[in-house]
Ligand binder design. Structure first.
Ligand code: G3P
Length: 272
Protein backbone atom coordinates (compact mmCIF):
# COMPACT_ATOMS: atom_id res chain seq x y z
CA UNK A 1 0.00 0.00 0.00
CA UNK A 2 1.43 3.36 -1.01
CA UNK A 3 1.28 6.15 1.58
CA UNK A 4 0.00 9.48 0.27
CA UNK A 5 -0.25 12.82 2.01
CA UNK A 6 -3.51 14.76 1.74
CA UNK A 7 -2.21 18.31 1.68
CA UNK A 8 -1.12 21.17 -0.57
CA UNK A 9 1.34 22.58 1.95
CA UNK A 10 4.88 22.49 0.58
CA UNK A 11 6.57 22.41 3.99
CA UNK A 12 4.53 19.42 5.10
CA UNK A 13 5.21 17.65 1.81
CA UNK A 14 8.97 18.34 2.01
CA UNK A 15 9.15 17.07 5.60
CA UNK A 16 7.40 13.78 4.91
CA UNK A 17 9.09 13.34 1.50
CA UNK A 18 12.42 13.44 3.36
CA UNK A 19 11.44 10.21 5.14
CA UNK A 20 11.70 8.50 1.76
CA UNK A 21 8.32 6.78 2.04
CA UNK A 22 5.98 9.28 0.41
CA UNK A 23 4.09 7.54 -2.41
CA UNK A 24 2.04 10.48 -3.66
CA UNK A 25 -0.12 13.50 -2.86
CA UNK A 26 -3.82 14.23 -2.98
CA UNK A 27 -5.10 17.79 -2.93
CA UNK A 28 -8.56 19.28 -3.14
CA UNK A 29 -9.79 22.86 -3.75
CA UNK A 30 -10.13 23.67 -0.03
CA UNK A 31 -6.59 22.47 0.71
CA UNK A 32 -5.29 24.57 -2.20
CA UNK A 33 -7.16 27.71 -1.10
CA UNK A 34 -5.48 27.51 2.32
CA UNK A 35 -2.05 27.97 0.72
CA UNK A 36 -2.88 31.36 -0.92
CA UNK A 37 -0.87 30.48 -4.02
CA UNK A 38 -1.50 30.14 -7.72
CA UNK A 39 -3.07 26.69 -8.27
CA UNK A 40 -1.01 25.77 -11.31
CA UNK A 41 2.30 26.87 -9.79
CA UNK A 42 1.55 25.09 -6.54
CA UNK A 43 0.68 21.80 -8.25
CA UNK A 44 3.81 22.04 -10.43
CA UNK A 45 5.97 22.62 -7.34
CA UNK A 46 4.40 19.66 -5.55
CA UNK A 47 4.95 17.45 -8.61
CA UNK A 48 8.66 18.36 -8.58
CA UNK A 49 9.06 17.31 -4.91
CA UNK A 50 7.07 14.10 -5.07
CA UNK A 51 8.09 11.06 -7.04
CA UNK A 52 4.55 9.68 -7.40
CA UNK A 53 1.01 10.63 -8.45
CA UNK A 54 -0.23 14.08 -7.43
CA UNK A 55 -4.01 14.58 -7.62
CA UNK A 56 -5.28 18.03 -8.63
CA UNK A 57 -9.03 18.48 -8.64
CA UNK A 58 -11.29 20.12 -11.22
CA UNK A 59 -13.66 22.73 -9.80
CA UNK A 60 -16.29 22.71 -12.58
CA UNK A 61 -19.57 20.89 -12.09
CA UNK A 62 -20.45 20.24 -15.75
CA UNK A 63 -18.71 17.68 -17.94
CA UNK A 64 -17.58 20.08 -20.68
CA UNK A 65 -15.90 22.45 -18.22
CA UNK A 66 -14.39 19.52 -16.32
CA UNK A 67 -12.86 18.31 -19.56
CA UNK A 68 -11.35 21.73 -20.31
CA UNK A 69 -9.86 21.94 -16.80
CA UNK A 70 -8.81 18.27 -16.74
CA UNK A 71 -7.00 18.45 -20.10
CA UNK A 72 -5.18 21.55 -18.93
CA UNK A 73 -4.17 20.08 -15.55
CA UNK A 74 -2.86 16.95 -17.31
CA UNK A 75 -0.22 19.07 -19.10
CA UNK A 76 1.26 20.55 -15.89
CA UNK A 77 3.47 17.59 -14.99
CA UNK A 78 4.06 13.97 -15.90
CA UNK A 79 2.94 12.71 -12.50
CA UNK A 80 -0.20 14.82 -12.21
CA UNK A 81 -3.54 13.03 -11.86
CA UNK A 82 -6.85 14.78 -12.62
CA UNK A 83 -9.34 14.46 -9.79
CA UNK A 84 -13.04 14.33 -10.72
CA UNK A 85 -16.03 14.03 -8.40
CA UNK A 86 -18.15 10.90 -8.39
CA UNK A 87 -21.19 12.56 -9.99
CA UNK A 88 -22.82 11.76 -13.34
CA UNK A 89 -20.96 14.73 -14.88
CA UNK A 90 -17.71 13.60 -13.22
CA UNK A 91 -18.12 10.04 -14.50
CA UNK A 92 -18.65 11.27 -18.05
CA UNK A 93 -15.55 13.46 -17.76
CA UNK A 94 -13.58 10.51 -16.34
CA UNK A 95 -14.62 8.33 -19.27
CA UNK A 96 -13.51 10.94 -21.82
CA UNK A 97 -10.26 11.85 -20.06
CA UNK A 98 -9.20 8.26 -19.50
CA UNK A 99 -9.94 7.49 -23.17
CA UNK A 100 -7.33 10.19 -23.95
CA UNK A 101 -4.83 8.40 -21.69
CA UNK A 102 -5.19 10.91 -18.83
CA UNK A 103 -5.03 9.46 -15.34
CA UNK A 104 -8.12 10.23 -13.24
CA UNK A 105 -8.76 9.90 -9.52
CA UNK A 106 -12.52 9.66 -8.93
CA UNK A 107 -13.17 11.16 -5.53
CA UNK A 108 -16.09 11.26 -3.06
CA UNK A 109 -16.88 7.55 -3.23
CA UNK A 110 -19.26 6.33 -0.51
CA UNK A 111 -20.42 2.92 -1.75
CA UNK A 112 -19.29 -0.20 -3.59
CA UNK A 113 -21.63 0.54 -6.50
CA UNK A 114 -20.17 4.02 -6.90
CA UNK A 115 -16.71 2.45 -6.97
CA UNK A 116 -17.88 0.07 -9.72
CA UNK A 117 -19.10 3.07 -11.74
CA UNK A 118 -15.71 4.76 -11.37
CA UNK A 119 -13.92 1.60 -12.48
CA UNK A 120 -16.21 1.23 -15.50
CA UNK A 121 -15.50 4.86 -16.43
CA UNK A 122 -11.82 3.97 -16.66
CA UNK A 123 -10.56 5.67 -13.47
CA UNK A 124 -6.96 5.03 -12.47
CA UNK A 125 -7.89 5.61 -8.80
CA UNK A 126 -11.13 5.63 -6.85
CA UNK A 127 -11.19 7.32 -3.45
CA UNK A 128 -13.58 5.93 -0.83
CA UNK A 129 -14.00 8.44 2.02
CA UNK A 130 -13.34 6.43 5.16
CA UNK A 131 -13.48 9.16 7.81
CA UNK A 132 -16.59 10.81 6.36
CA UNK A 133 -18.42 7.46 6.55
CA UNK A 134 -17.29 6.95 10.15
CA UNK A 135 -18.69 10.43 10.85
CA UNK A 136 -22.18 9.21 9.93
CA UNK A 137 -21.90 6.02 11.98
CA UNK A 138 -20.86 3.79 9.06
CA UNK A 139 -17.70 1.69 8.88
CA UNK A 140 -15.48 3.39 6.29
CA UNK A 141 -12.76 0.72 6.43
CA UNK A 142 -15.36 -2.00 5.79
CA UNK A 143 -16.25 -0.21 2.55
CA UNK A 144 -12.59 -0.28 1.51
CA UNK A 145 -12.53 -4.05 2.20
CA UNK A 146 -15.62 -4.60 0.04
CA UNK A 147 -14.37 -2.48 -2.85
CA UNK A 148 -11.03 -4.30 -2.86
CA UNK A 149 -12.83 -7.64 -2.91
CA UNK A 150 -15.24 -6.66 -5.67
CA UNK A 151 -12.43 -5.24 -7.82
CA UNK A 152 -10.53 -8.49 -7.34
CA UNK A 153 -13.54 -10.65 -8.24
CA UNK A 154 -14.39 -8.48 -11.24
CA UNK A 155 -10.81 -8.05 -12.41
CA UNK A 156 -10.97 -4.22 -12.38
CA UNK A 157 -7.55 -2.61 -12.49
CA UNK A 158 -8.64 0.69 -10.88
CA UNK A 159 -6.55 1.37 -7.76
CA UNK A 160 -8.34 1.74 -4.44
CA UNK A 161 -7.09 4.93 -2.80
CA UNK A 162 -8.41 5.02 0.78
CA UNK A 163 -9.07 8.70 1.56
CA UNK A 164 -10.29 10.85 4.42
CA UNK A 165 -8.22 8.80 6.87
CA UNK A 166 -8.08 10.25 10.36
CA UNK A 167 -5.64 8.12 12.35
CA UNK A 168 -3.19 5.20 12.47
CA UNK A 169 -5.95 2.61 12.94
CA UNK A 170 -7.53 3.66 9.64
CA UNK A 171 -4.17 3.16 7.94
CA UNK A 172 -3.68 -0.31 9.43
CA UNK A 173 -7.21 -1.44 8.58
CA UNK A 174 -6.96 -0.15 5.00
CA UNK A 175 -3.63 -1.95 4.57
CA UNK A 176 -5.23 -5.16 5.89
CA UNK A 177 -8.15 -4.63 3.51
CA UNK A 178 -5.71 -4.54 0.60
CA UNK A 179 -6.06 -0.87 -0.41
CA UNK A 180 -3.52 0.14 -3.07
CA UNK A 181 -2.93 3.58 -1.56
CA UNK A 182 -3.93 5.47 1.59
CA UNK A 183 -3.97 9.23 1.83
CA UNK A 184 -3.91 11.03 5.14
CA UNK A 185 -3.38 14.53 6.50
CA UNK A 186 0.09 15.61 7.68
CA UNK A 187 -1.00 15.46 11.33
CA UNK A 188 -1.97 11.84 10.95
CA UNK A 189 1.27 10.69 9.31
CA UNK A 190 3.56 12.76 11.54
CA UNK A 191 1.85 11.36 14.64
CA UNK A 192 2.11 7.70 13.75
CA UNK A 193 2.90 5.64 16.81
CA UNK A 194 5.79 4.01 14.92
CA UNK A 195 7.50 7.39 14.92
CA UNK A 196 6.51 8.76 18.30
CA UNK A 197 6.41 6.43 21.25
CA UNK A 198 3.44 6.81 23.61
CA UNK A 199 5.95 6.45 26.47
CA UNK A 200 7.26 9.93 27.28
CA UNK A 201 10.90 8.95 27.69
CA UNK A 202 14.07 10.71 26.65
CA UNK A 203 14.27 8.78 23.36
CA UNK A 204 11.04 10.18 21.90
CA UNK A 205 11.88 12.16 18.78
CA UNK A 206 10.16 15.28 20.12
CA UNK A 207 12.50 15.35 23.11
CA UNK A 208 15.85 14.63 21.50
CA UNK A 209 18.47 16.75 23.21
CA UNK A 210 16.58 17.14 26.49
CA UNK A 211 17.16 14.98 29.52
CA UNK A 212 14.41 14.15 32.02
CA UNK A 213 15.17 15.15 35.65
CA UNK A 214 15.07 11.60 36.94
CA UNK A 215 15.45 8.54 34.79
CA UNK A 216 12.89 5.73 35.33
CA UNK A 217 15.50 3.28 36.63
CA UNK A 218 16.61 5.84 39.24
CA UNK A 219 13.03 6.09 40.49
CA UNK A 220 12.82 2.29 40.81
CA UNK A 221 16.12 2.13 42.73
CA UNK A 222 14.94 4.92 45.04
CA UNK A 223 11.72 3.11 45.85
CA UNK A 224 13.56 -0.20 46.52
CA UNK A 225 15.91 1.67 48.89
CA UNK A 226 12.93 3.22 50.68
CA UNK A 227 11.38 -0.22 51.23
CA UNK A 228 14.67 -1.63 52.54
CA UNK A 229 14.99 1.28 55.00
CA UNK A 230 11.40 0.85 56.14
CA UNK A 231 11.92 -2.89 56.71
CA UNK A 232 15.14 -2.26 58.67
CA UNK A 233 13.46 0.40 60.80
CA UNK A 234 10.54 -1.92 61.53
CA UNK A 235 12.89 -4.78 62.52
CA UNK A 236 14.87 -2.43 64.79
CA UNK A 237 11.69 -1.20 66.46
CA UNK A 238 10.61 -4.79 67.12
CA UNK A 239 13.99 -5.58 68.73
CA UNK A 240 13.82 -2.42 70.87
CA UNK A 241 10.27 -3.28 71.96
CA UNK A 242 11.41 -6.78 72.91
CA UNK A 243 14.41 -5.42 74.85
CA UNK A 244 12.21 -2.92 76.69
CA UNK A 245 9.92 -5.77 77.70
CA UNK A 246 12.87 -7.86 78.86
CA UNK A 247 14.26 -4.98 80.88
CA UNK A 248 10.91 -4.23 82.41
CA UNK A 249 10.49 -7.92 83.39
CA UNK A 250 14.00 -8.00 84.89
CA UNK A 251 13.21 -5.01 87.07
CA UNK A 252 9.89 -6.54 88.07
CA UNK A 253 11.48 -9.87 89.02
CA UNK A 254 14.33 -8.22 90.82
CA UNK A 255 12.04 -6.02 92.75
CA UNK A 256 9.52 -8.69 93.57
CA UNK A 257 11.78 -11.69 94.37
CA UNK A 258 15.14 -10.10 95.10
CA UNK A 259 16.76 -12.40 92.42
CA UNK A 260 20.25 -11.95 90.95
CA UNK A 261 20.48 -10.10 87.63
CA UNK A 262 21.47 -13.28 85.72
CA UNK A 263 18.53 -15.32 86.96
CA UNK A 264 16.20 -12.39 86.27
CA UNK A 265 17.43 -12.10 82.68
CA UNK A 266 16.93 -15.83 82.01
CA UNK A 267 13.47 -15.93 83.50
CA UNK A 268 12.26 -12.69 81.96
CA UNK A 269 13.52 -13.68 78.48
CA UNK A 270 11.35 -16.77 78.50
CA UNK A 271 8.38 -14.58 79.42
CA UNK A 272 9.01 -11.95 76.71
O1 G3P B 1 -8.84 13.18 0.56
C1 G3P B 1 -10.05 13.42 1.20
C2 G3P B 1 -9.94 14.51 2.18
O2 G3P B 1 -9.51 15.70 1.64
C3 G3P B 1 -11.16 14.68 3.02
O3 G3P B 1 -10.74 14.42 4.29
O4 G3P B 1 -10.83 14.42 6.74
O5 G3P B 1 -11.96 16.25 5.44
O6 G3P B 1 -12.88 13.94 5.46
P1 G3P B 1 -11.66 14.78 5.55
Amino acid sequence: MLLFLDTANLDEIKEIAAWGVLGGITTNPSLVVREHQDFKKLVKDICKIVDGPVSAEVTATETEQMLVQGRDIATWAENVVVKCPLTPAGLAATKALSKDGIKVNVTLCFSVNQAILAAQAGATFVSPFVGRLDDINEDGCALVEQIVEVFHIQGFDTNVLAASLRGPQHVTRCALAGADCATMPYKCSSNWSVIRSPIPDCRSSSKIGTQPKHKPWQARARSRRRIRVQNKRQAKNEVFAWLRKVRWNQQKFRAQAGLSSLTAICLSSTMA
